[in-house]
Write a protein that binds this ligand. Structure first.
Ligand SMILES: [Mg+2]
Length: 264
């Protein structure tokens, strides 16, 4: 393959722990000069913070290797050119990504409501978002995930907050993060790679494998996170996807990815 789009949580690390081989895997991609992006639907951290988080575990990631759904959402609204005033429901990662693109974060009369996960979400924010969208503001969400795995059990994700807003407004938001083709298209443009020469790697059959397949990429399912040796067939069937590769670890992935070359 020519390029890699690689998921983070459940693929390179779990929470604060590196998945064995993630450091060597990234090192190998660099040595072989294979372009890659580390793509996350998580909009809470900035790309720099994500890179530092990984460096802390021993994964040699740089800020420029990281592409977050928050950055992709900011890029999307920038390209739409429909106004600079943004009402945000989200955390630092999203707010900073929007400011980096020169947007003005406002409480009143926004052109768009851009929403990610917000662990301080409350009724007041819901009310404001609903009123803005009903008054004509566009509606964008960073990612559609309903649930996020965490150490203490599942947490409601950005998609669950989005469901409340959508229910009250009747307006379907534009979805930016995986499995949306929007973030995949931006990633491939950044990598300078065609879809059929790009391998999307991740542990989630819906977002990673489904998103990769929908974008026309090859896909590799990792059995190190949501998908495991015992549940992956069930996950794949429920998502209606068939990964091109199924790998128990990153060393196996690198080996198999190199051999795809001869097929394509
Ligand atoms: Mg994952």
């Amino acid at each position: 393959m020519q390029a890699f789009i690689i998921d983070l949580d459940g693929t390179l690390f779990r929470g604060t722990e590196m998945i064995p081989g993630a450091d060597l895997f990234i090192q190998q991609l660099r040595e072989r000069k294979l372009p890659f992006l580390l793509m996350t639907n998580n909009s809470t951290r900035t790309a720099a913070e994500v890179a530092r988080h990984m460096q802390g575990m021993g994964i040699p990631a740089e800020e420029t290797d990281v592409f977050t759904s928050a950055q992709a959402a900011a890029q999307y609204w920038d390209e739409e050119q429909q106004g600079k005033r943004v009402f945000v429901i989200g955390e630092t990662g999203l707010r900073e990504a929007l400011k980096d693109r020169g947007f003005e974060l406002v409480d009143e009369a926004p052109d768009v409501v851009i929403q990610g996960i917000d662990r301080k979400f409350d009724y007041e924010k819901l009310t404001a978002a609903v009123r803005h969208i009903r008054a004509g503001a566009k509606s964008i969400i960073t990612n559609p995930d309903h649930l996020l795995p965490s150490d203490g059990g599942f947490l409601p994700g950005a998609g669950s907050i989005a469901a409340a807003i959508e229910r009250a407004t009747g307006v379907q938001p534009v979805v930016i993060g995986k499995p949306s083709p929007i973030i995949m298209r931006y990633a491939m443009a950044r990598l300078g790679a065609a879809a059929d020469r790009t391998l999307v790697v991740g542990d989630n059959c819906v977002t990673d494998i489904g998103g990769g397949a929908a974008a026309g990429c090859r896909t590799a399912l990792m059995l190190t996170g949501l998908a495991t040796v015992s549940n992956w067939r069930e996950h794949a069937e429920a998502a209606g996807v068939q990964p091109d590769l199924v790998c128990h670890g990153l060393d196996e992935l690198l080996h198999k990815a190199m051999s795809i070359e001869s097929i394509s």
